[in-house]
Design a protein. Sequence first.
Lengths: 349, 290
Amino acid sequence: MAATATGVYHRSYARDLAIHHTRSERVRLALVLALVIVAPFVAGPTWLTVLNQIGIAAIGAIGLNLLVGSTGQISLGQGGFLAVGAYTAGLLTAESGLPFLGGIAAAVLLTAAVGAFFGLPALRLKGLYLAIATLAAQQIILWVIRNWEGVTGGVDALVVPAPTLLGIDLSTDFSFYWVILAFAALSALVATNLLRTGIGRAFVAIRDQDIAAEAMGVNLTRYKVLAFAVSSGFVGLAGALTAYDTKIVTFERFTLDVSILYLAMIIVGGLGSVSGAIYGAVFMIGFPAYIRELSSFGGPLEFIGADLPAVQALIFGLTIVLFLIFEPRGIARIWGRSKDYFRLWPFRT
Amino acid sequence: MEQFIQLTVNGLADGAILTLAALGFVLIYKASGVINFAQGFFLAVGAYVLWTAIVEVGLHWTLGVLVALAVGALLGISVERLLLRPLVGQPIIAVIMVTIGLAQILEASIDLIWGTEPRTFPDFIPSGAVEVLGARITEGRLWALGLTALALIAFGLFFTRSRQGIAMRAVADDQQAAMVMGISVRRTYAIAWALAGVSAVVGGMLVANLTGVSQSVAGFGLLVFPVVILGGLDSVPGAVVGGAIIGLLTSYTGGYIGGGLQTVIPYIALVAILMVRPYGLFGQVRIERV
């Protein structure tokens, strides 16, 4: 956009309703598309795995951001909900031979139902108390998985057969990348549009002032439970994709640390924005992988060696703390500010 | 019967340690409305510093305890100053996440400084056992009960007799009114965090004495949540009763039912209590629509 432009004007309702308004936005979208299409061809096997993890994490983070960032309901139960999705899809495929898409659909629906159930305390609780209630949800779900041996196999790993779609084998990281990409794009599109509907507006109204929202006719009970259900649906999708991607499901992948990792993603990326969730997923999954590569044998950070997990945890903690203190609105805000800087250049904001 | 007494005393002793950890938690929440997810790692840091001072440096245990208490207080004060003061006025999720980030930093730092290998706790606390009505009770647990009682009396006196303690209650009650009366709210926050650090060191010492010095000391930190929710986030007597209830519940479930149910029973109790009395047994009832 030229520096002289004073705003974006629309001459038709169709233009006004479009998700992308300016030419630069469309160019940026095209660039991002080109990047994600080229990426799997240039990435080595290690980074292809990381790319798949990023894609799955982005879906989960978009879901969590709908709940935490947009509706303002804090959830520490993300790990548990991911586990519900992963075990549902994994068990249905491994035990009953349900096809790939069937497993995905079942995982989304069941996780949404479980999420809505554990969202019920939100009708009476908010803030700190809700955070602790969802912490309990996390611990209880994992305990059930560990101890319901007849169904989940307890602490043993659940092996999931490689998925196929329309006769195409999806067992390699490369082929599954496209599936994850499609689901991630779909999730981003659904979440962006959801936030533009009445439901999304109701979510944001509840976050900003729940009492005022209710006075204006937002049914708090309905929308709070709906927020938990919708958010958990995305999380269930992410969980199911994890099961098909790694082909092994164990409860250890879904501990409280995972819940914290996802919360960190949306805080670092930017609360309440879909693109923020994606930035956060890229940063919080990609950065540790980069450190791991740098500290591998012969790398510039080789001296870290066996201390790698501790160093990564230290960086993880510092990232959360520093972002909260210096840029609580995350990478999305940094991106917005740098755009403004160049748009207004040579003037300062 | 013997098993019952054994389980009761063990449960009460565990509950006493939980109460100590919860006390620091409640103090911070009362004074500043912040919930500290890193409380468990305060316990762990206390235990490790104590181990270093006594075993590595070779200080007499009294001196070692004093050093650890000082480090705990300093840790509390610096956390308040460096991490929480910049976040005044931010939404509650920022405050929760910053203490979670702090927990990660403390955990990683312990790993980097002391490694993951468990250490034996220096045995300055008598390790014998006494017979009570036929049940064997280790002296470590009796010390836990005694020290918690002592700490509670000290805190009670502090809050009712000392100027600073009364000032802290005033700030907890109404921050602005306290400011108008000439109380330094900043200093009060700093003291609340310092006291939380001190009580965490005592708690860490008692846990480490029972389980050895390792990261698992911090695991106690998560159990603090059921305790404070049960008792009410802003109630000191609640922390005592909550600690005792959770301690006994865990102990009885472990002894009579087993099968790992004791690890999850505190959380089930937590959800149950939240559904019935969201503000806990003794917490201040806030009348607001949610």
